[in-house]
Design a protein around this ligand. Sequence first.
Ligand code: ATP
Ligand code: MG
Length: 482
Amino acid sequence: MEFPKEIENIIRKLEGCGFEGYVVGGCVRDILMGKEPKDFDIATNARPEEVSKIFKKSFCDNNFGTVTVFTGSREEKTKEVQITTYRTEENYKDQRHPESVTFVGNIKEDLQRRDFTINAVAVSLDGEINDPFGGQKDLEKKIIRTVGNPKERFCEDALRMMRAVRFSCSLNFSVEEKTEKAIEENAHLLENISSERIRDEFVKIIMTPRAAEGVESLRKLNLLERFLPEILEGYKVPQNKHHIYDCYEHSIYSLKYAAKKNFGMHVRMAALLHDVGKPRVKEGEGEVATFHNHEIVGAKITRSILKRLNFKKEDREKIILLVRYHLFYYNVGEVSESSVRRLLRKVGKENMNELLEVRMADRIGSGVPKAEPYRLRHMRYLIEKVSQDAISSSMLKISGNEVMEILGVPPGPVVGDVLNILLSGVINNPEENESNILRKQVEEMKSKKEEEIKEMAKRAKTEISQTETKRDEMTKKRYWVS
Ligand code: ATP
Ligand code: MG
């Protein structure tokens, strides 16, 4: 086994000072599988303060005995190397944080506290492999198995149950029978885990190529109900004659396509959640069931899910937006340019590509054979075509000052009202966005009473904010939603 020279140097330095140093954890697993490791972890019997003394450019970042060494390497994966003192984690009072760490004298004891056999292999510089729990054999058999009794290990730290699913997805391994059974029986322990840790593991799962299979395992192992019960509301809830899959299956297939296409996190989350509102708004049964406003209800449910899981604000807003507008209308020949402008105004040009990706995932996730490249291409063309058109009052070729000057009024709400009236016209007819045309329109408003302008502005605002959604599949009616 060969290691980068930075890793060799660190271990030689430790050995030179009379300590041991082993490469451990995920990177050993990756190397044994013939994969490029993404970072390197070193375990040592030197205490954190001794490690800090040996490596001047280092940083001791927690109470758990981990020292990060800055190697000066230009390569991302060897820039920072974590050196952790052999330790056990004791007194798991709340299955959350180890109460204390106890440093131990040998590598075997350190390997014993690690989660899975495949993560509990250590290698020395001269190639000596320490594998007390059969990690290499499990790598060959492609199984995830806890080090020691699974129930005990999950009681210590319930997040390991999600980690088992994550590794089974990222490595395409199966979870060993006893380990799997222990997860099924102890899934409730997840309630002791902070939402941030759950979120991080969940995101890692959906970012693997086997995202859909991962969510399905989470469901089968009773974990999904613990942190994402909303998605299970659609389980075995049939749709209507336009759908071959039930609501839950459809979400899974949409996510599967998003993963296959290597779409980003926001799109994958939105693909999974886009129809989460359906079960709550379902009306009627069988072939003619309807799901009116499911995108609005779905966006609300998505908001509460993402809040609960402590997603960052930017992530939340993006995913909610994608869920909220996933039904945008885009039939060639029927979608008007002004409706595309209104959609752009609501969604933002920077989010349109992801919105189209969600729609593709939605469509393929329905079991239809094609993602409709033609219709989507046409929509892209329309977006590009109208993207320079005015969609906000700041893009109008007239300013608030000019409006005040023409009307002879001081600053006040009427100025904004007039700009909204103008904008509503310009969204319908972009060629009207010319200084002289707009000035003339304002001139004409001089004769109107303030009340009248207010009324017009109200109507204009409603119109501006409407977006056209997919036709109702049953009645063929088109819907406009604010
Ligand atoms: P990745 O390639 O995704 O980073 P990894 O195996 O390196 O996978 P990390 O989360 O970086 O996973 O953890 C590094 C090592 O620390 C693991 O290989 C495992 O030995 C140990 N470990 C991490 N988290 C836990 C845990 N919750 N319980 C027990 N051991 C853990
Ligand atoms: Mg790692």
